[in-house]
Design a protein around this ligand. Sequence first.
Ligand SMILES: CC(C)(COP(=O)(O)OP(=O)(O)OC[C@H]1O[C@@H](n2cnc3c(N)ncnc32)[C@H](O)[C@@H]1OP(=O)(O)O)[C@@H](O)C(=O)NCCC(=O)NCCS
Length: 155
Amino acid sequence: MSDATSGVMRVVEITTTDTHALRRAVLRNADPARSVDFPEDDLTGTFHLGVVDGAGRIVATSSWVPKPSTEFPAATAVQLRGMATDASMQGTGVGGLLIEAGAERCAAAGFDLLWARARDSALAFYAKHACRVVGDGFVDATTGLPHHVVVRDLT
Ligand SMILES: CC(C)(COP(=O)(O)OP(=O)(O)OC[C@H]1O[C@@H](n2cnc3c(N)ncnc32)[C@H](O)[C@@H]1OP(=O)(O)O)[C@@H](O)C(=O)NCCC(=O)NCCS
């Protein structure tokens, strides 16, 4: 379990179910009719990290899936999925705490590469965390939003 901390904020391992509320609120426009399940959620090796505030509330979630990257198939890679910070906390640093804790855990576990299908609206966030864009942009089928693949070397 990760134990990264920043002030009262703690990064902890959470369950798949723990991710659902923020996935729905932040990534699915709070639409109760839309699925918040990812096919990779319960695969061996997948884990979920959240940021918990001083009141025990989960204020950010993320999912980490061992999965090769199309762009760098030889790398031992992990895909970051479902990055979501509670709207009231966006821009306060909790997402940064989360991605750094996850990247550190994955590097320690021997992964070479972190990759994600990033919303274009979040590219500045990923760039701040050592991620670079690879390839052309595309529209994600689930959200209809423009995306790019980003990668971060973990070695
Ligand atoms: C992208 C996101 C996960 C980052 O988490 P966060 O806790 O807001 O991030 P931090 O506070 O650590 O980092 C701040 C940076 O994130 C970016 N950011 C802040 N609010 C954002 C928002 N609503 N949407 C996208 N990026 C945002 C900015 O680049 C910001 O840098 P700045 O303060 O210098 O402008 C979060 O903003 C979010 O959930 N956004 C909406 C959903 C989303 O886009 N998820 C990612 C899907 S790939």
